[in-house]
Ligand binder design. Structure first.
Ligand SMILES: NC(=O)c1ccc[n+]([C@@H]2O[C@H](COP(=O)([O-])OP(=O)(O)OC[C@H]3O[C@@H](n4cnc5c(N)ncnc54)[C@H](OP(=O)(O)O)[C@@H]3O)[C@@H](O)[C@H]2O)c1
Length: 305
């Protein structure tokens, strides 16, 4: 037997349960991973509260890190060099928050030895999303980029990718996160009443692009700063494509090579993902209660002891 998170239906964190299930097994071209850490994402909340339509009951969790403990038949090409005992990180759909997850071998990348389990388990989704969003904006040296929600997972990594591309980065965050953000090279600005004036003061020469991770009002702020809609990308407000003509590129497409690159960058210190909190799998409700407060620096991760 194996334990897994199950979402019983729409509702708050109280509809989350940890249940005993038959242990899954690796089929053709698949590996089974004994999960050590799995990311907690706001996407899961949107599914659970009905804003992303879904069927219930269902599993939960789209990213994980762990140790391969079973390899199926006929693993060829990408992933064919994997062995039982290898430490990996990878992605799946609505199944990562569990003691075991089975995925195609090509959906995992090796975990660098020095990379913390919690970071490995929580990095993939936000790094991929941030990378695709920043790539869509074609950020380059000379850009001044506004990142809204810069203390969150996507914001932190998006800001760091934009800095690496040579941009000046200004991000909105609560005061308590400013010192950490400054140390990364980000210019932090408090959100709330008067934010547009503070953003203008932070970049007197103006902004050329924006990555929004918060929502509609933040897109309006970006437009009021004179940023062209074509150079605003939101991962948080998809109707913005029709409403404002902005782009809404997120993390749909994934690749094991890129995941390996993000993991190596995190292990080398080239990117930083602070862990806001970890909770054992059995405390999944508490993890989502924390996430749904919508404040704090970095990533929440479930761990499997
Ligand atoms: N399209 C996709 O593929 C995709 C993928 C991943 C995520 N997303 C979406 O992107 C959004 C962000 O995800 P995430 O994982 O980065 O979230 P997260 O890590 O949970 O972000 C929460 C952060 O939001 C900040 N925040 C809250 N209200 C704010 C405001 N009004 N202005 C500025 N910052 C504010 C908080 O910072 P303070 O502590 O500073 O208040 C906190 O750090 C979510 O809506 C998520 O569903 C989309």
């Amino acid at each position: 037997m194996s334990r897994a998170v199950r979402v019983e239906g729409t509702g708050g964190p109280e509809v989350l349960r940890v249940v005993e299930v038959a242990a899954p097994h690796a089929g053709t071209e698949q590996v089974r991973v004994a999960v050590r850490a799995a990311g907690v994402n706001y996407y899961d909340t949107k599914v659970r509260n009905g804003s992303i339509p879904s069927e219930f009951p269902r599993g939960q969790g789209n990213e994980f890190a762990g140790v391969i403990d079973e390899i199926g038949a006929d693993v060829v090409g990408l992933g064919s060099d994997l062995a039982v005992g290898d430490e990996v990180l990878g992605w799946t759909m609505a199944a990562a928050q569990a003691e075991h997850v089975v995925v195609p071998a090509k959906h995992v990348a090796r975990k660098p030895a020095g990379l913390d389990w919690a970071i490995a388990g929580g990095l993939g989704l936000v790094a991929n999303t941030a990378w695709r969003a920043v790539s869509a904006l074609q950020i380059e040296s000379g850009d001044t980029v506004l990142v809204t929600g810069v203390a969150g997972g996507v914001g932190l990594l998006g800001a760091q990718f934009a800095l690496q591309a040579g941009a000046l980065v200004v991000g909105t965050a609560s005061e308590s996160n400013h010192e950490f953000l400054r140390d990364l090279g980000i210019i932090p600005v408090s959100y709330g009443p008067g934010v547009s004036d503070r953003l203008r003061a932070a970049a007197p020469d103006g902004y050329t692009a924006a990555l929004d991770t918060v929502g509609r009002a933040e897109i309006e702020h970006a437009l009021s700063l004179g940023i062209r809609p074509q150079r605003i990308n939101s991962v948080a407000y998809h109707p913005g494509a029709d409403e404002f003509g902005i782009s809404v590129v997120g993390g749909g497409k994934k690749s094991a090579e890129e995941l390996a690159r993000f993991a190596q960058a995190a292990a080398d210190g080239a990117i930083t993902l602070p862990i806001l909190a970890t909770y054992p799998l059995t405390a999944v409700r508490a993890a989502y209660e924390r996430l749904e407060r919508r404040h704090g620096l970095g990533k929440i991760v479930l761990t499997v002891p």
